[in-house]
Design a protein around this ligand. Structure first.
Ligand code: GLU
Length: 466
């Protein structure tokens, strides 16, 4: 049977790292097994559903490269389906109409809490006679449909990540609503009807849904079908092991994108939350597909580490194809986009190793190539010692037309001046870049251009005389 999995977000806000790790693991599992990845939008909670969030989900997944094969299905467009199954359950005696008002239910709930009992529905309407039901309906009293929990509801699940889990449903829940009086299905009902109709083979989702699993198993049983395999992913926690919070940095994918993280970096980092590859941690999406294994996901919570995310992102900036890096960087470059493409490409490549995010790129281009350099007082001594090297190099540079052979100019200057190694290069670096470290000089000088190099070298010579 071919693998069919789904990502089923509720469009109530931006996708954050937790949701997307779930999407990613589903996607990797589908791709690895040559299966189908389905996108389903769980938008039956009208008050918490936003169109912008729906669009955001599609945008974020596309940006990350997590393409879907079916969908997006929207639960709000499938209400008739859920209703027909609720009616089927009514007819089969597996569910009943509940006429209790929200106020009445709330009173019962409060009473239970006060008396130290778990708040459960009393089952009152389960015992209404058909005549009473007709009478209440004739009076126009609205009703919800409740699922009747059988006496001996006990399940054992073999979760792919968490192993054997037992559920004694009677100890967990009372009869629960499957269809609200306004015709909307509840989550636990709609999710099973959809997973069943969409022939989902594996439900891969956050561990926070573990408590919903027994109710869902009841629905599968009522449908008379085998449930899919379950894999509950470990929670993502903050560095202090508490619930992940905004304090830990940017958590929405949109924010990460706007801050200049690469999709490659985000996906690679998220894949490591709960799973670890053998060997190298830096992987492309294709390599992740190749190596990913759901069985190897650890059940213990994974800590979100923004510093590691930045480190991984940097590794991807370093490895990216140059043209692609320029393409990715464009939205972050502002006025720099007006520079000739060739120049920009070389400048970006020369400073890429310093950038953790794309938004660092214009800062480093500005720092090394565009802003006036300010020679630090502490450089003076070294510049004085390097005067001969600087002067010799400057003289030769004046006569050089082709900066692509700058290496030969260096060799020549070393020969003439008799200064070599660090004592030759370092004062020149200070003079030309303004910093103790930076891009390779052979790369740097052609990008800066002959005139500006000469200008900077002359300034340094003046500065060491001051
Ligand atoms: N709509 C649910 C959520 O956003 C998905 C539940 C599931 O995967 O079963 O958490």
């Amino acid at each position: 049977m071919s693998v069919r999995v789904r990502f089923a977000p509720s469009p109530s806000g931006s996708l954050h790292v937790g949701n997307v790790r779930t999407a990613l693991f589903n996607w990797l599992f589908a791709r690895k097994n040559k299966g189908v990845f389905i996108l389903r939008i769980e938008d039956t909670d009208v008050e918490r559903t936003f169109y912008s969030a729906y669009q955001g989900i599609l945008e974020d997944l596309s940006w990350l490269g997590l393409n879907w094969d079916e969908g997006p299905y929207r639960q709000s467009e499938r209400l008739d389906i859920y209703k027909s199954y609720a009616i089927r359950f009514l007819e089969e005696g597996l569910a009943y109409k509940c006429f209790c008002s929200p106020e009445e239910l709330e009173r019962e709930r409060e009473k239970a809490i006060k008396e130290g009992r778990p708040p459960r529905y009393s089952g009152k309407c389960a015992n209404l006679s058909p005549e009473e039901v007709s009478r209440l309906e004739a009076k126009g009293i609205s009703y919800s449909i409740r699922f009747k929990i059988p006496k001996d509801a006990y399940f054992v699940v073999d979760d792919i990540i968490r192993g054997r889990i037992e559920f004694d449903v009677n100890a967990i829940t009372g009869d629960f609503i499957i269809l609200r009086s306004d015709g909307m299905p509840t989550y636990n009902f709609a999710v099973v009807i959809d997973d069943y109709l969409m022939k989902i083979t594996h439900v891969i989702r956050g561990e926070d849904h573990l408590s919903n699993t027994p109710r869902q198993l009841l629905i599968y049983k009522a449908l008379g079908v085998e449930p899919p395999r379950f894999a509950h992913l470990p929670m993502i926690v903050g560095s202090d092991r508490s619930k992940l919070s905004k304090r830990e940095g940017s958590l929405s994918i949109k924010e990460l994108r706007e801050q200049g993280f690469l999709p490659e970096g985000v996906v690679n980092y998220l894949a490591l939350l709960g799973w670890s590859p053998k060997g190298e941690e830096i992987k492309t999406l294709d390599e992740l597909v190749e190596e990913f294994s759901l069985e190897e996901v650890s059940p213990s919570p994974s800590a979100y580490d923004p510093a590691k995310l930045r480190w991984i992102n940097r590794q991807h900036i370093l490895r990216l194809d140059e043209e692609k890096l320029l393409e990715y960087a464009k939205p972050f470059l502002g006025d720099l986009n007006n520079y000739p493409k060739d120049w920009l490409l070389k400048a970006i490549v020369s400073i890429r190793e310093y950038a953790e995010t794309l938004s660092d790129i214009p800062r480093y281009i500005e720092k090394y190539y565009l802003s006036d350099i300010n020679l630090d007082k502490s450089y003076k001594e070294e510049l004085i010692l390097g005067k001969k090297a600087i002067e010799t190099f400057l003289n030769l540079l004046r006569e050089t037309e082709d900066l692509s052979v700058i290496d030969n100019v260096f060799k020549e200057a070393i020969k003439i001046s008799g200064v070599k190694g660090r004592r030759f290069y370092h004062p020149i670096r200070l003079a030309i870049t303004g910093y103790e470290s930076g891009p390779e000089l052979v790369e740097f000088i052609p990008i800066l251009g002959k005139d500006r190099c000469i200008e900077r070298l002359e300034r340094a010579l003046k500065f060491l005389e001051e």
